[in-house]
Design a protein around this ligand. Structure first.
Ligand code: ADP
Length: 487
């Protein structure tokens, strides 16, 4: 297998990055582009041996990195951000070829955000502090100690964005990292390894291993030298990871799926509500936060639907490299099968496709809106992870809240209303890690991010990231001359 492939003119190393060296595996897996199914290359297929080597490299590099002054760690993270900005165009085009998401959003939104992930956590690290406090003359000093090697396992829907949102705080905290990107979009993680090395990050501080989760995952997550595991992905995989981490009681952060509602009240700005609804087709619906259940107050349902159809008709589905495209392909033929399975079973159960309801050409799925769906049906309860929305109506606020909260998930919720009192009442009752009122996807790295119920365990973002990635320590010091017995 060649060590390097060229994707849209960019050279990408297909091997692991372990202990500051490129490492091949005996076996490979094929990485194909969702755009046209073309083969991008053969990627190193890691297993337990590579997992072991990467964790050992991270373990060996840990003491020196943990002892590196905060200001120096921050400087290196900014240098990585500089590298990301310098190679922004390359990262954007490789990511688009690898995962099929829009080039224009990679260029303008995602990759700048990747750089920001490093800058934000570098700056936050320098501010991280807790005032000392006193107990009967003794000083309490709280410190955020680096925890050790972290295993970070990430998904394919926003590969580099979600990887760096874990890598940056983990490194800032003084930890070393083994990153395992998703096998359907492995390429930008390899470029990140190059960028980190060029920035001067010491060998072994960031390691990247490639491979199928089922083959390399367990060796990473059950390893006794791993001090933290952060995972973004599906609920069934999270269960396996949690079971594997249980052997060593390794602390976990799990960011999982959702089936989030968009509540549209009759007093809402309907055009805004329609914009918010149509926005849920972004990234071909492959967004964990997507508000895929649209709940509309009965009295405005017909008008909402009319305007939704009008707006949806203006969307262009096509090649994600084309600036004019609004919706690209779905990631993999298997994902397409899964999406269509959900839709066809829903239709067989009585759902009516107001928009779409079928595959498009190649790996594209027609943006779909399904009405006449029962609250307890599969299509309302299960995450599809494709451009598929459901439409339900409610009579009043109580029913809206009841339907909104009636799934096993609790990742996000969006409320469209013109009444601030109502917004306060409703948001207070919603079970969700993030609630947006008259907006969507506004995400500040300062904010806690995560899910309730089966949408996740724990929160990351701002201080919460450092709470997770550090071993918090309280040191209590007696005053000078203090005698325990005669104090
Ligand atoms: P999906 O089903 O949407 O592809 P997954 O949750 O299975 O999502 O995948 C997210 C990430 O989890 C990927 O990097 C994948 O390789 C990894 N993964 C899958 N199975 C395991 C496992 N048993 N242990 C650790 N990681 C895994």
């Amino acid at each position: 297998m060649p060590d390097k492939i060229v994707v849209a003119g960019v050279s990408v190393d297909t091997r692991h990055w372990i202990g500051g060296r490129r490492v091949a595996s005996g076996d490979t897996f094929t990485d194909a582009s969702p755009i046209d199914g073309s083969v991008l290359g053969e990627i190193a297929r890691g297993g337990p041996a590579e997992a072991q080597a990467a964790v050992v490299a991270a373990r060996d590099a840990f003491p020196a990195w943990a002892a590196t002054p905060r200001a120096e760690r921050a400087r290196l993270l900014h240098a990585i951000a500089d590298g990301v900005e310098k190679r922004l165009e390359e990262l954007a085009i490789v990511e688009t070829n690898d995962n099929g998401a829009l080039l224009r959003s990679h260029r303008r939104g995602v990759m700048p955000r990747v750089a920001h992930n490093f800058r934000f956590f570098a700056d936050w690290l320098l501010k991280l502090d807790h005032e000392d406090f006193e107990t009967r003359g003794h000083t309490n000093h709280v410190s955020w100690d680096p925890a050790g090697p972290c295993v970070l396992i990430t998904p394919w829907n926003a590969p580099l964005m979600l990887a760096t949102w874990k890598v940056a705080p983990a490194l800032a905290a003084g930890n070393t990292v083994v990153l395992k990107p998703a096998e359907w979009s492995p390429l930008t993680a390899s470029l990140l390894a190059d960028i980190a090395a060029e920035a001067g990050l010491p060998a072994g501080v960031l390691n990247v291993v490639q491979g199928y989760g089922a083959e390399i995952g367990d060796a990473l997550t059950s390893h006794p030298d791993v001090r933290r595991i952060s995972f973004t992905g599906s609920v069934p995989t999270a269960r396996r990871i949690a079971a594997s981490a249980a052997a060593n009681l390794t602390p976990l952060s799990l960011e999982l799926g959702g089936k989030s509602p968009l509540l549209v009240f009759a007093d809402a700005d309907l055009d805004l509500a329609v914009d918010l609804a149509v926005e849920q087709y972004d990234n071909a619906g492959q967004v964990c936060l997507a508000a895929t259940r649209i709940l509309v107050e009965e009295t405005v349902a017909a008008e909402f639907t009319r305007r939704f159809l009008e707006k949806a008709a203006t969307l262009t589905q096509g090649d994600p490299r084309d600036e004019a495209s609004d919706i690209g392909p779905n990631i993999h033929p298997r994902q397409l099968e899964k999406i269509d399975g959900f839709v066809q079973r829903a239709i067989a159960a009585g759902a009516r496709a107001i928009v779409g309801g079928h595959r498009g050409d190649g790996q594209y799925y027609a943006p779909t809106l399904l009405a006449d769906v029962a609250q307890d049906s599969e299509i309302v309860q299960e995450e599809v992870f494709g451009p598929v929305l459901t439409l339900q109506t409610f009579a009043d606020e109580d029913e809206a809240v009841r339907l909104a909260n009636d799934t096993r998930f609790g990742l996000a919720a969006t409320v469209a209303t013109g009444d601030t009192r109502r917004a306060e009442r409703v948001t207070a009752q919603l079970v969700a890690g993030t609630v947006w009122v008259n907006c969507f996807f506004v995400r500040d790295l300062l904010a806690p991010f995560g899910g309730s119920r089966q949408s996740g365990v724990g929160r990351e973002g701002g201080t919460w990231s450092f709470d997770f990635y550090c071993d918090l320590k309280n040191t209590v010091t007696a005053p000078k001359g203090w005698n325990q017995d005669h104090g």
